[in-house]
Write a protein that binds this ligand. Structure first.
Ligand code: ADP
Length: 153
């Protein structure tokens, strides 16, 4: 059976931190679905179409990476696409505590066997977050060093 992983997130926008996780996961799975969760109560800086395009252009060189958008629970989306794994990145202890709760909850609320796989951020990328990138962008800073080349405003 193919090993399929869903990498869920907001990706508003995709950063070099996200890309690092994707690149390092490419050899581990048969297919990776970068899944943009859409939450109507969140205010995004980039539209869903822009976020999809930024990710598609960033991962174009990988044959086994796709981009999709989804609504609702990540575990339900995993069922729909027959994914057995959820991929998440860990930057620091705060990420760990938060992710631990989500991973336990996801296992508790599904009858399917879904394992969350964590990769630690490569050194030098752990400080990058989409929210800080958005602040740098809004205030005219050098955001280009934090995001893939295809992400431009
Ligand atoms: P969410 O809204 O779910 O936090 P994000 O787009 O911010 O979505 O993040 C998606 C995933 O990418 C999460 O697992 C997050 O920990 C991971 N991530 C974000 N930034 C980095 C980074 N700099 N290095 C490694 N992983 C990261």
């Amino acid at each position: 059976m193919d090993r399929v992983a869903v990498f869920p997130g907001s990706f508003d926008p995709i950063t070099l931190g996200h890309l690092d996780i994707i690149e390092r996961a490419v050899p581990l799975f048969d297919k990776i679905i970068v899944a943009i969760g859409t939450n109507s109560s969140k205010n995004y800086m980039f539209s869903l179409e822009q976020r999809i395009k930024f990710i598609e252009d960033s991962v174009a060189k990988f044959e086994n990476v796709e981009v999709m958008a989804y609504k609702g629970l990540t575990v339900d989306f995993c069922d729909e696409v027959n994914a057995q794994f959820i991929l998440r990145g860990l930057r620091n202890p705060a990420d760990f505590e938060f992710e631990k709760a989500i991973a336990h909850t996801n296992r508790a609320i599904t009858n399917h066997n879904i394992e969350t796989i964590f990769l630690l951020t490569s050194s030098g990328k752990a400080y990058i977050s989409s929210s800080i990138v958005r602040d740098v962008m809004r205030n005219g800073g050098k955001y280009e060093i934090l995001v893939p080349d295809v992400v431009r405003i």
